[in-house]
Ligand binder design. Structure first.
Ligand SMILES: Cc1cc2nc3c(=O)[nH]c(=O)nc-3n(C[C@H](O)[C@H](O)[C@H](O)COP(=O)(O)O)c2cc1C
Length: 155
């Protein structure tokens, strides 16, 4: 598949099995993120991959709870792959994904967020090439600014 075909083929998937992502594939996805364009070439992003189901469930629920429904410009995402916007009964913003990669960046850097999403795009494309389902997620800042999120970062 050439790159344009891959870009067109990729879709956000919000239903996952428990089958874990092999380490070899996870490393390739992280490597793709590390080669993303980034502001000034500073490579400030840090990736944390979590394959702990209980921890992903806890953080995923916190992530969903951080959704501010009063600030949604559109109210519909997908019928086939409903998001937490479409279906408020979905409790985890991670949709039960067995592997979750969180992208951290310096708080005081102007381009931490754009850097993170450039890395995320590279990662989902590599995941697609490897036959892995994926979805880019938002609310990282809110999740880890909430008291429970800060506590998780401390431990
Ligand atoms: C910046 C950004 C934030 C996103 N945040 C979420 C999210 O929090 N939850 C979610 O289910 N999908 C999220 N998505 C995925 C989009 O909903 C998805 O890309 C869009 O509906 C188009 O569908 P597609 O990826 O299948 O082409 C996000 C995508 C981007 C680019």
């Amino acid at each position: 598949m050439d790159i344009l075909e891959l870009i067109k083929y990729r879709r956000s998937i919000r239903r996952y099995t428990d089958k874990q992502v092999p380490e070899e594939d996870l490393l390739k996805v992280l490597e793709a993120g590390a080669y993303a364009p980034n502001a000034g070439g500073g490579q400030r992003s840090r990736f944390v991959a979590c394959q702990d189901k209980a921890l992903n469930d806890t953080i995923g629920k916190l992530n969903a709870a951080c959704l501010d429904r009063s600030r949604l410009a559109g109210s519909f995402v997908s019928k086939e792959q409903p998001s937490i916007i479409d279906d408020p009964s979905i409790r985890s913003g991670f949709y039960g994904a067995p592997t979750v990669i969180t992208i951290f960046g310096p708080k005081n850097f102007l381009y931490s967020v754009p850097d993170a999403f450039c890395a995320a795009e590279n990662m989902v494309l590599e995941a697609t090439a490897l036959g892995l389902s994926s979805c880019i997620l938002a609310r990282g800042e809110e999740t880890f600014s909430a008291p429970e999120g800060k506590e998780i970062l401390r431990n």
